[in-house]
Design a protein around this ligand. Sequence first.
Ligand code: UDP
Ligand code: MG
Length: 313
Amino acid sequence: MDKISVIIPCYNEEDAIPLFYEEITKVMSKMINTKFELLFINDGSIDNSLKEIKQLSKKDKNVKYISFSRNFGKEAAMMAGLEYATGDYVTIMDVDLQDPPEKLEEMYKIIKNDKDIDCVGLKTDSHDDYGFIRKFFTNCFYKIISKMSKTEMVPGARDFRLMTRQMVNAIISLREYNRYSKGLFSFVGFNTKWLTYKIPERKVGKTTWSFFKLFAYALDGILAFTTVPLTISAFIGIIFCLISIIAIIIIIIKTLIFGDPVDGWPSLVCIMFFLSGIQLFCTGISGTYLSKTYTEVKHRPIYIIKDTNFKSK
Ligand code: UDP
Ligand code: MG
């Protein structure tokens, strides 16, 4: 009998946890030919999330939990879940029911019946709930990253996916600290089948992803999966050198022909500002990569566990 591990990252979700459990129980009772393991990851919640999870684990022995010592972020929570999951198939679901658990049955059927498929993922093709600005930046992000990176990022892809044990092992072998899962899932390869759906509204609570958090996350994705910005900054440097050589030649010729009246001071200031701007921009790009390298070489743990009901590991 196959076992499916369901990883559920939770951050301040005391209201959502019981609702989620109710929904997933309905799904589990329909899928009678599979065993389940519900793996709640409490990502340093400061509300009663851990209490709720512990209560569930008391009445249902399939409920496992890992509780972090502080908030490490959803990426770290997913990594912990993937490392501890024991199932033959592993899925990741948001606790707010935006990843509808009832899809699991269909996903399992697909992955089970077609041996060529290693992963069934969900994606959305409409972002009706996004405002104009967020929609614009989301589109820009996917356009930029698809041009710059060899790793394919599927627009609208969710973290909600059902993966085989083989694929999960491949993902946990990637030990990097700056994790960008959408890229990692695609980096490891394997065959993913995409199902399209419309993301439902969050059932309770509110999202912790502000615009700036999302913007930083998008930058993380770009930094983690391409070094093209470094090449671009070097290229800009070369272009500006060429332009300045041409300008010098023109000025020399002009001076020889028309003499040397002192003018052009305002334009000089503009050029200086422009060039220092470009220089700072390029140094910034290099610095950002350097800072990522710095956090990477420290080899700090991706998460720290304070409490769990896993017996050993
Ligand atoms: N989450 C988490 N750690 C965080 C932020 C979020 O584990 O630091 C969890 C959260 O509890 C939820 C999932 O990640 O289960 C998705 O979060 P959210 O609904 O806020 O994101 P959105 O759906 O708006 O992208
Ligand atoms: Mg959500």
